[in-house]
Design a protein around this ligand. Structure first.
Ligand SMILES: *[C@@H]1O[C@H](CO)[C@@H](O)[C@H](O)[C@H]1NC(C)=O
Ligand SMILES: *[C@@H]1O[C@H](CO)[C@@H](O)[C@H](O)[C@H]1NC(C)=O
Ligand SMILES: *[C@@H]1O[C@H](CO)[C@@H](O)[C@H](O)[C@H]1NC(C)=O
Ligand SMILES: *[C@@H]1O[C@H](CO)[C@@H](O)[C@H](O)[C@H]1NC(C)=O
Length: 296
């Protein structure tokens, strides 16, 4: 064997050894990673806390104040603190609206009269509408709604910190960290609303226009103050391409009217409110319902 051959054999052995070390290391590494992933076990069926939640919430807080100076100066770190106080060290299926009372206080906001726009089953359209006009405000345009829209969070019984693995899904348990928050936020918004309160409903859905368990019926209507809310005005909007399953004179609307009046609130209703139809027509300009003469 000459020197060159010996060198290349040595190199060959070295690389085999290196390969073996890499394979062994990766086996142990996997086992370790799996062991960590198994604790804590995935107990809830919803997604876990949104990564970087703190940065998102605090960032949105400063962003909202710069967009709407009328909000005044809020303590963004205090808001984060109140959120963690509400959920840390607690069972995420045992969080109630009361747990969020402090958070509601530090995010308090004056809602201008006649601007509130509630909605049920028109999620997409209602937000396209408020973006287009800026004359109405949905829950997601309020300070509290803006801060937490689209985010997920829950704490852990075992100690402080959020659970980033899994959180209860919306209907997984009655009093969960997310549904209780949105009930509290909806109640706060409805209580602060005054003058005419508008409600965008979906005239193309099957069955009741507002389900018995909807936030509108269970939280928002009962939270309105009959002394400050002069009128609850329902807009029943059909999809341009969809069916007209419900309108102001259909049974399910009359039943909702009765429910509203039982809460000592005044009711009115309008079918296919024209400014909204005009917005729907932006995407369906050639539909016969979008004919100039039928809109105007
Ligand atoms: C739920 O939380 C409350 C306090 O927030 C506590 O008193 C109660 O024992 C808890 N219930 C369960 C079932 O964990
Ligand atoms: C109304 O409900 C129908 C049927 O559930 C749905 O397809 C449609 O997207 C809804 N319309 C709006 C504006 O959200
Ligand atoms: C949810 O919380 C309320 C108090 O806000 C309580 O009366 C009710 O029993 C709780 N429900 C469950 C299923 O824990
Ligand atoms: C509505 O007003 C009547 C008469 O003032 C009162 O007895 C009733 O409790 C009120 N209902 C609600 C839900 O506030």
């Amino acid at each position: 064997m000459n020197t060159q051959e010996r060198m290349s054999r040595l190199l060959w052995r070295k690389s085999i050894l290196a390969l073996a070390v890499v394979i062994l290391a990766s086996c142990f590494g996997d086992a370790e990673a799996q062991r960590i992933a198994k604790v804590p076990s995935k107990r809830y069926t919803g997604p876990g806390t949104t990564p970087n939640l703190r940065n998102i919430v605090v960032g949105r807080c400063y962003h909202y104040m710069s967009l709407y100076p009328a909000t005044g100066v809020k303590d963004c770190n205090r808001i984060w603190q109140e959120l963690t106080d509400a959920v840390f060290r607690k069972d995420p299926c045992n969080i109630t609206e009361e747990d969020y009372q402090k958070l509601a206080q530090v995010t308090e906001q004056t809602i201008p009269c006649d601007k509130s726009l509630l909605w049920s089953r028109t999620n997409d359209l209602v937000h396209r509408y408020t973006k287009a006009t800026e004359s109405f405000m949905t829950l997601e345009d309020t300070f509290l709604g803006f801060l937490f829209n689209g985010l997920m969070w829950c704490g852990r019984t075992a100690g402080p910190g959020m659970n980033y693995n899994a959180c209860p899904a919306w209907n997984e348990c009655a009093n969960n960290s997310r549904s209780s928050f949105w009930k509290m936020a909806s109640a706060t918004f409805a209580k602060a609303s005054c003058g005419t309160v508008n409600v965008m409903l979906n005239g193309s859905t099957d069955g009741a226009i507002a389900r018995k368990e909807s936030i509108l019926r269970t939280v928002e209507i009962p939270s309105m103050n009959p002394n400050t809310v002069s009128n609850v005005k329902l807009w029943v909007i059909d999809d341009i391409e969809g069916q007209d399953k419900n309108s102001c004179n259909s049974e399910s609307l009359l039943e909702l009217q009765q429910y509203i009046e039982e809460h000592n609130l005044t009711y009115s209703c309008i079918d296919n409110y024209k400014p909204v139809t005009a917005l729907q027509c932006v995407e369906n300009p050639n539909h016969h319902a979008c004919n100039q003469c039928s809109i105007l």
